[in-house]
Design a protein around this ligand. Structure first.
Ligand code: PLP
Length: 355
C-alpha cells in the first residue's frame, strides 16, 4: 500500500496551481511572471523584484545535507508551524478524521487539527511525563491519520527513546503517519529520528531553524519525509512560500562558521541548563524542576502566579504553563545567556528572602 492512501482523496486528485517559476526556469529575459523588470530601491543585488523559487534549490540542498537526507525528502516551509498545518490539511478530512496528541505538549497540533475540523484524541503522558506508547497506540483508532510526538517535548523537556519511536512507526505503518517534532533536538543527547526514514514511509520528522539556529524571525522549518509525502504537500502549498531575504538569511546561518557557532551556543545553553536546574532546585518555593533535554526548564513553584508576577515586575518574562494537563503550578523558563540566567536567579532569590 502507498502511504498516500492515507491522504485526503480530493487532495490527491487536485490539479495544483502551476506558477510561472514552476513552469520554466533559466532564460535571461523574464516576461512570464508579470514582475517588475527593475529591482526596488535598496535591493543590494538580492533581486527582490523576482518571485523566489517555490522550493529554493540551494536551501533545500543545504537542509538535506544538514539533516542527512535526500533533497526529495525535504519540504522547506515557513516554520514547522506551517508544516504541521499542511500535514493536517492534506491528511485529515473535516468531520471524519482525527489526530492523536500526547498532552502536556505543544499546542499547535490540536489548534491546526481543530481549524481543519479534525477530531483531537488525547493520549496523555504517563507519570513522570514519559510517553505512554501503549496508550498512544490504543488511541490510534481507524479515524486517526496523524500521531504527533514531540521530542524533546515542549513544555516538559523530556525525550522519547529512539526504540519507542521505532516501535510506534512500525505499529502505525499502513494506518497513520507518525509525526516526530524535533524542534529542540539540537539541545538533546538523542539522535534524530530522520535515521529511520529509509525504513518507514509513514514517518515524518519536523525540524526548525527557529530555536538552536537563532532564526525564529526568518520563519524557516523543514519537513523530512518520503518523497511522495513531500510532493503531496507541495500541491497544497502557496506558490512562493519562502521570502528571498529569509532564504538568504538561512543560507548565511548554515555556512561552516554558522554550524560551528550553533554547536558552540548549544553546548553553552546545555551547560547553563544544568547549572540553572541545580540552582533553581535549591531555592525556597521551588517544588520541582523537571529534567529537560531542551533549552527550557519546566519548574513547579509553591506559588506560581505570584512568582510569575514578581518576575515580570523584575523585567523577566516566563511562560505560565499551569493550565496544561499535569502542570499545575508550573512555569516554563527558557535558558538564556549566562547574565540573563543570573538575573533570573537573583530575582527569585530576592523574592524568597522577602517572603
Ligand atoms: C517552537 C516550536 C515549533 C515551531 O517552530 P517554527 O519552526 O518556528 O514554526 C514547533 N514545535 C515545537 C514543539 C516548538 O516548541
Amino acid at each position: 500500500m502507498s502511504v498516500l492512501e492515507l491522504a485526503r482523496p480530493e487532495i490527491r486528485a487536485l490539479q495544483p496551481y502551476s506558477s510561472a517559476r514552476m513552469e520554466a526556469s533559466g532564460g535571461q529575459v523574464l516576461l512570464n511572471a508579470n514582475e517588475s523588470p527593475w529591482p526596488p530601491p535598496g535591493d543590494g543585488g538580492r533581486g527582490l523584484n523576482r518571485y523566489p523559487g517555490p522550493q529554493p534549490a540551494a536551501l533545500v540542498a543545504r537542509l538535506a545535507a544538514l539533516y542527512g537526507v535526500a533533497a526529495g525528502q525535504v519540504l522547506a516551509a515557513r516554520g514547522s508551524d506551517e508544516a504541521i498545518d499542511l500535514l493536517v490539511r492534506a491528511f485529515c478530512r473535516a468531520g471524519a478524521d482525527a489526530v492523536v496528541v500526547c498532552p502536556p505538549t505543544f499546542g499547535m497540533y490540536a489548534v491546526s487539527a481543530r481549524v481543519q475540523g479534525a477530531e483531537v484524541i488525547e493520549a496523555p503522558l504517563a507519570d513522570g511525563f514519559a510517553l505512554d506508547a501503549d496508550a498512544l497506540l490504543a488511541a490510534a483508532t481507524p479515524a486517526v491519520k496523524l500521531v504527533f510526538v514531540c521530542t524533546p517535548n515542549n513544555p516538559t523537556g523530556g525525550v522519547v527513546p529512539p526504540a519507542t519511536l521505532e516501535r510506534l512507526a512500525a505499529a502505525l505503518r499502513g494506518r497513520a503517519l507518525l509525526v516526530v517534532d524535533e524542534a529542540y533536538v539540537e539541545f538533546a543527547g538523542t539522535p534524530s529520528a530522520a535515521a529511520l526514514l529509509p525504513r518507514f514511509d509513514n514517518l515524518v520528522v519536523l525540524r526548525t531553524l527557529s530555536k538552536a539556529w537563532a532564526l525564529a524571525g526568518a520563519r524557516i522549518g523543514a519537513l523530512l519525509a518520503a518523497p511522495e509525502i513531500v510532493a503531496l504537500l507541495r500541491r497544497i502549498m502557496p506558490p512562493y512560500p519562502l521570502p528571498t531575504p529569509c532564504v538568504d538569511a538561512a543560507l548565511a546561518a548554515l555556512d561552516a562558521r554558522g554550524v560551528a557557532l550553533m554547536h558552540e551556543r548549544a553546548a553553552l545553553l546545555r551547560a547553563e541548563r544544568a547549572r540553572l536546574a541545580v540552582r533553581l532546585a535549591a531555592l525556597p518555593g521551588v517544588l520541582a524542576v523537571l529534567p529537560s533535554q531542551a533549552n527550557f526548564l519546566a519548574v513547579r513553584f509553591a506559588d506560581a502566579a505570584a512568582t510569575w508576577r514578581a518576575l515580570l515586575d523584575a523585567g523577566i518574562v516566563v511562560r505560565d504553563v499551569g493550565r496544561q494537563r499535569g502542570l499545575a503550578g508550573c512555569l516554563r523558563i527558557g535558558v538564556g545567556a549566562p547574565a540573563e540566567n543570573e538575573r533570573l536567579l537573583a530575582a527569585l532569590a530576592a523574592r524568597a528572602e522577602a517572603a
